[in-house]
Design a binder for this molecule. Structure first.
Ligand SMILES: NC(=O)c1ccc[n+]([C@@H]2O[C@H](COP(=O)([O-])OP(=O)(O)OC[C@H]3O[C@@H](n4cnc5c(N)ncnc54)[C@H](OP(=O)(O)O)[C@@H]3O)[C@@H](O)[C@H]2O)c1
Length: 247
């Protein structure tokens, strides 16, 4: 269904799995990330398997927001259009229970939020003009409530949710779909070695479910759907109970 896509954060985990699945389905796909070797290799792998030059790699650090406008234009020219963009780039450094570290917090917000604004603003402008397109932001179940574990990460995902809702309210009337994907735990570098993981799914499974939600133009998709109930329960816990729970 999608013919031209950009995946920001395509060198590993969920973004890499999305790029592979789109390539296998015959979609021209731009892979964006800092690790140039990883995305070059993945693009070559996709092109070999698809037996056509569908994937291209673009090395980029989302902290460099000034590069985005030009790179976005270059990519859409190179791949011949755009009907899907997924912002999958994200960081979640380990934060100790008694740690208050502005450098880590700023990095989380800069990558997960400012980076998303830079890329998705460009996509929104283009999609509004052409009156079609799908924007997907990879948020998290962590954005549904402010947990004690990683305040800046939870905040970054809550901010992303609100930004994506605002984008949808701006551009839905032009026929543009804006999808918030909220994964639970996914087995990637981000979660490697973390204690207390449950209902862990593979990046491949997460990518399948995210693409299904994108095709349907779902507003919010918990990945997998069972996390919707967790989200519902934790959002409605009264604060005095929630702060006593170690979650
Ligand atoms: N894993 C989970 O359980 C889980 C759950 C909920 C939500 N999520 C979200 O899903 C998204 C993907 O996470 P993942 O689990 O697939 O993590 P991952 O395997 O660590 O991949 C993260 C991706 O983000 C890219 N990235 C990080 N910093 C970047 C930067 N400054 N510039 C450009 N790209 C950058 C990385 O590429 P480079 O390092 O090559 O730049 C990599 O491609 C994230 O937004 C994460 O918050 C993950």
């Amino acid at each position: 269904m999608f013919k031209h896509a950009i995946i920001v954060g395509a060198s590993a985990g969920i973004g890499a799995a999305l790029a592979k699945q789109l390539g296998m389905a015959g979609c021209a796909v731009a892979l964006v990330a800092r690790r140039g070797d990883e995305i070059e290799q993945l693009a070559a792998e996709i092109n070999t398997t698809a037996k056509q030059p569908l994937a291209r790699a673009y090395q980029h650090d989302v902290l460099n927001v000034d590069e985005v406008e030009g790179l976005f234009q270059e990519i859409t020219r190179d791949i011949g259009g755009l009907d899907l963009i997924v912002f999958a780039a994200g960081v979640m450094p380990t934060v100790a229970p008694d740690e208050y570290n502005i450098q880590k917090d700023a990095l989380i917000l800069d990558v997960n939020v400012r980076g998303a604004f830079a890329w998705l603003n460009e996509a929104a402008r283009r999609f509004e003009r052409v009156k079609r397109g799908t924007i997907v932001g990879i948020s998290s179940i962590a954005g549904d409530r402010g947990r004690r574990g990683n305040p800046a990460y939870c905040t970054s995902k809550a901010a992303l949710n609100t930004y994506l809702e605002s984008l949808r309210n701006r551009i839905a009337r032009f026929g543009v779909k804006v999808v918030v994907a909220k994964p639970g735990f996914v087995d990637t570098d981000m979660t490697k070695g973390l204690p207390g993981l449950f209902w862990l799914i593979t990046a491949q499974r997460a990518a399948e479910l995210i693409l299904k939600a994108a095709k349907r133009g779902k507003k919010t998709a918990y990945i997998p759907a069972r996390w919707r109930f967790v989200g519902l329960v934790i959002r409605f816990f009264p604060s005095f109970i929630f702060r006593r729970l170690n979650i």
